[in-house]
Design a protein around this ligand. Structure first.
Ligand code: LLP
Length: 426
């Protein structure tokens, strides 16, 4: 049980609130965020990711989970934030977070998004490709503005993760390869443009990465590259090494102990800089999953128990791939418990399936659980990242509500209604 989840009288509680209480008050399916645990994760990052040699900057990768409430929490914890779309920028601007704390990413930023970012005073735009340089330069010229930028580079590191979330192989759609023939010309062009202030480089090798060496190789490639660029007389002050730190979902995952890893990571980077006789002003990382995944859980009600002719034991829950597409999309695995009858009597193998018209709408395949009855509460753990943010209305199913639980409970997102589903229908 992650964070502040605990068992009292055979029932899972988050802090002082029992899951039955949460169901009664807010209904199911319900996204539940352990707010104190999320804040604690941010503080752990802040305490371990620091150096005497350069400033460190942590961005929350908002694609993992974004709404106004969480943006305000991130703001209170005083870290920066990344965004990959006009919609994410808009959401963040509607929180207390200031625009200059936003880094705007994306391989295909639309003209209207670039304009919106420039107009809103977004702190840094991370340029992905040469078309974007042209587009953004034209916008800045017209608006007579100068924009702080980083360039996204692809250092060609295999992060050994799922194909869909690896980003740094040579034919990846993201960034400019450090090996391409024209890379120095492109960098010079940005550095010399009067519309850009080139601060530095960005790279991100993939997500749910468990190998420390992958991050170390990334740092090494990037620092060697910065050395080459500096030798050409271009000053690079910021290096952003992206996110991707793997987390625990099931016993198949072996995340590194984060605080130890971050300290070794900093040390390695300090050494690499020293070897290359380089000075950085700012080192940036942008964790998403490792901040929020384990702090989020989804509470469902077991609606129907069904044994098939072939012998499969299904629990049909009131949620579905609408609220968690990751198992269907990536074969992602999760753990679950019966929240109202928590015990170690694992008696039966169940498959937890949703209500969509898709055989692939399965949240967990073959999990051992105590005997489940209709109306039992199923808590699926570590759904904080890439669940709500990837949710859909497929089959015209309403999205769940999301609550943030601390001493008090705050509804961050209300449950969608049938009217919400119809709101854009003419
Ligand atoms: N920075 C950049 C540029 C990224 O593309 C990403 C994730 C992150 C930071 C944050 O990575 P994290 O620390 O959360 O691993 N939907 C997939 C994950 C896609 C990740 C995309 N980029 C999933 O559900 O596993």
């Amino acid at each position: 049980l992650f964070g502040n989840l605990k068992v009292i009288d055979n029932e899972i509680h988050l802090g002082k609130y029992s899951m039955s209480y949460l169901k009664e008050k807010y209904g199911t399916p319900l996204y539940i965020v352990d707010e104190d645990f999320f804040r604690e994760n941010i503080r752990k990052f802040k305490n371990s990711f620091k150096s005497k040699k350069f400033n460190t900057n942590i961005l929350y990768a908002s694609k993992a989970l974004l709404n106004k409430y969480i943006a305000n929490v991130v703001c209170e914890e005083d870290i920066s934030i990344d965004a990959v779309s006009g919609g994410e920028i808009y959401t963040i601007l509607n929180s207390r977070m200031s625009a200059d704390k936003i880094y705007f990413h994306g391989n295909n930023k639309l003209k209207k998004e670039l304009e919106f970012a420039v107009d809103s005073g977004v702190g840094k735009i991370v340029i992905d490709n040469t078309s974007e340089i042209n587009k953004l330069e034209a916008i800045l010229k017209e608006k007579k503005k100068k924009q702080k930028v980083l360039i996204r580079l692809n250092p060609g590191i295999d992060a050994h993760t799922h194909e869909y979330i690896t980003t740094s192989k040579n034919d990846s759609k993201f960034g400019l390869s450090i090996f391409s023939d024209d890379i120095f010309d492109i960098i010079e062009r940005v550095a010399n443009s009067k519309y850009f202030e080139l601060l530095g480089f960005h790279a991100h090798i993939g997500s749910q990465v468990f190998r420390e060496e992958s991050f170390f190789s990334e740092a090494e490639e990037m620092i060697n590259f910065i050395k080459k660029v500096s030798d050409k007389g271009i000053r690079i002050e910021e290096l952003n090494l992206g996110g991707g730190f793997g987390v625990y979902y099931t016993s198949e995952d072996s995340p590194f102990e984060l605080e130890g890893f971050l300290k070794r990571y900093i040390k390695k980077i300090e050494e690499l800089l020293e070897e290359n006789n380089l000075k950085l002003k700012t080192l940036t990382i942008e964790p998403g999953r490792s901040l929020i995944s384990n702090a989020g859980h989804t509470l469902y009600t077991a609606e129907i128990i069904k044994k098939t002719y072939g012998g499969k034991n299904f629990i049909f829950i009131d949620g579905s791939m609408n609220d968690n597409i990751r198992p269907a999309l990536y074969g992602a695995k999760y753990e679950a418990s019966i929240a109202n009858k928590f015990n170690d009597n694992l008696e039966e193998v169940y498959t937890i399936a949703g209500k969509c018209c898709e055989s692939g709408d399965i949240i967990i395949r073959d999990i051992m659980l105590p005997k489940v009855e209709e109306e039992d509460l199923i808590l699926v753990s570590s759904t904080g990242a890439y669940n709500y943010s990837m949710s859909s209305n497929y089959n015209r199913i309403e999205r769940p509500a999301m609550i943030f639980v601390s001493d008090e409970i705050k509804v961050a997102v209300k449950r969608e209604t049938y009217e919400d589903l119809m709101r854009n229908d003419l």
